[in-house]
Design a protein around this ligand. Structure first.
Ligand code: SAM
Length: 271
């Protein structure tokens, strides 16, 4: 069966008109209308036929169609109750598509995706961080997470120590994955156009450092809560003497410490 391409401004306008829909701002709805961007996201996800892919927020099925055409088994979670009727029509005939109605932050993902899977999504920007942290922290069998996010968030996710934007989000993402920016996407690639430039980030999920994770993030959050202070001051609540004996120069500030240095410091503070 030949399917008309959804990633196209005319097709998207036609679908929205036909179903009397308008993009809902509060649900972060900015629909992709650029076929090249869909193609590049699918390529960045390195999909092979038969692979399980979780999509968050399929919308009217634009990226979903690209994933299905690449041979993926797509499970898509959508919150907007008006969209299932649309998807039934736009993706009619695709066999490997499963739609789950609900909130991605409330669904039991271990039950939904019990086998190895990848994530591909043009995320709703109002909950980008919560979604990313849920995917990374729930110890799911996910191997690669390819997401469209605001460029500024992409830069924070991939920031290296020493940069002004390096912080708790960088460490949370980098604790469990190796993130890299695949490409930037201009506002004109969406309908309606968002106010910001976007970027697609690829997170290759990896085994985290062997360390008490809860304690690690407690230290990280405490250190970055007062990022202008030296470690001796920002982390004083963990014991100044221990800090002085840790081997890390405590005159440094949180933003200069690599993930490995934070891990070593935590091991020492706990020991
Ligand atoms: N994938 C489509 C595309 O690329 O054109 C739509 C992307 S749009 C940026 C974000 C989608 O996420 C919307 O369809 C929106 O309804 C959905 N969404 C918003 N909040 C959600 C949530 N909590 N759980 C699941 N889907 C959600």
């Amino acid at each position: 069966m030949l399917h008309p391409l959804i990633a196209d401004p005319h097709a998207t306008r036609h679908i929205l008109k036909k179903f009397k829909l308008r993009a809902v701002k509060s649900l972060g709805q900015n629909f992709l209308i650029d076929p090249l961007v869909v193609e590049k996201i699918v390529a960045a996800a390195e999909i092979s036929a038969g692979e399980d892919v979780l999509e968050i927020g399929p919308g009217i099925g634009t990226l979903t169609q690209g994933l299905l055409e690449a041979g993926a088994n797509v499970t898509a979670v959508e919150l907007d109750k008006k969209l299932p009727a649309v998807l039934k029509e736009t993706l009619a005939g695709y066999k490997n598509f499963r739609l789950v109605e609900g909130d991605i932050l409330k669904i039991n993902l271990s039950e939904l995706m019990p086998q190895k899977f990848k994530v591909a999504a043009n995320l709703p920007y109002y909950i980008t961080t919560q979604i990313l942290l849920t995917l990374l922290e729930k110890k799911l069998p996910v191997t690669k997470i390819v997401t469209m996010v605001q460029k500024e968030v992409a830069e924070r996710m991939t920031a290296a120590p020493g940069s002004k934007i390096y912080g708790a989000l960088s460490l949370a993402v980098q604790f469990r994955s190796q993130p890299s920016i695949a490409f930037e996407v201009s506002p004109e690639s969406f309908l309606p156009s968002p106010e910001v430039t976007s970027a697609v980030v690829v997170c290759d999920v990896r085994r985290p450092p062997e360390i008490d994770e809860e304690f690690f993030f407690k230290v990280v959050r405490t250190a970055f809560a007062q990022r202008r202070k030296t470690l001796l001051n920002s982390l004083a609540c963990f014991g100044k003497e221990k800090l002085l004996a840790s081997g890390i120069d405590v005159k440094r500030r949180a933003e200069t410490l690599s993930l490995e240095e934070f891990a070593a410091l935590c091991k020492f503070l706990k020991g």
